[in-house]
Design a binder for this molecule. Sequence first.
Ligand SMILES: [Zn+2]
Length: 241
Amino acid sequence: MIALEPIGVVRSEIGEGQPMPPLGVPAVVEIFPRFLDGLHRIQKHSHIWVLAWLDSAERDLLQVKPRGLKEAGDEGLHGVFAVRSPARPNPVGLTATRVLEIERLSIHVERLDFRDGTPVVDVKPYFVSRDMIFAASNVQIGKPLTPEAAREALVLQAVHFHGELCDDLDRAVNVMVRFREEVLRWTDPAGWAVTVPADRPCLADAFMGMLRVSPGRRNLVFGTPGKISFQQGADRYTYDI
Ligand SMILES: [Zn+2]
């Protein structure tokens, strides 16, 4: 038997039974007073991992169809260890988030996908040296339910790389949404290379974040002004920017 003692609780505008946006909402992690000393020097880190205990999750399922995806039928079925679904034998939730402010026992964070009152079992720093694996890849779990949800996820990935949302980042996201919708029909974008104008470095950062392409792997190429193009083999799709 393993005993876990909560070290705090999530405070969120999303309560029990309310729908949670896939990427979460701003929230506060309230640490219980007896754990105050454990927060010493946490200000050294811009981002933290929050581990929560998802009390109400089902614990006897080993395969699920993740929420928020279009896949129906067997195609949507995944083992619980292959997805982030709350349903799993030990319902530990794990989310990385940016710290906005720390007030004594309250850690204000940019977004968390845990509902109000969720017990927190641990907080750890997000280490860029160990946790950020830029060359990691995932095969898409399923098609997003709406283009808006997909756009929001792409903005987040671009901002995670670039550090802020600027005009060219926003333009790059719009082109990516069009390409994925019109050409890929929201199938997996792996294997596509992208060419961006050499004079617009923010566009390059956006695609490095959204597609994990890089000049070193030769799937991010610098080209002519005013054009973004995607290429795979003989296929090429070009957008004006
Ligand atoms: Zn920029």
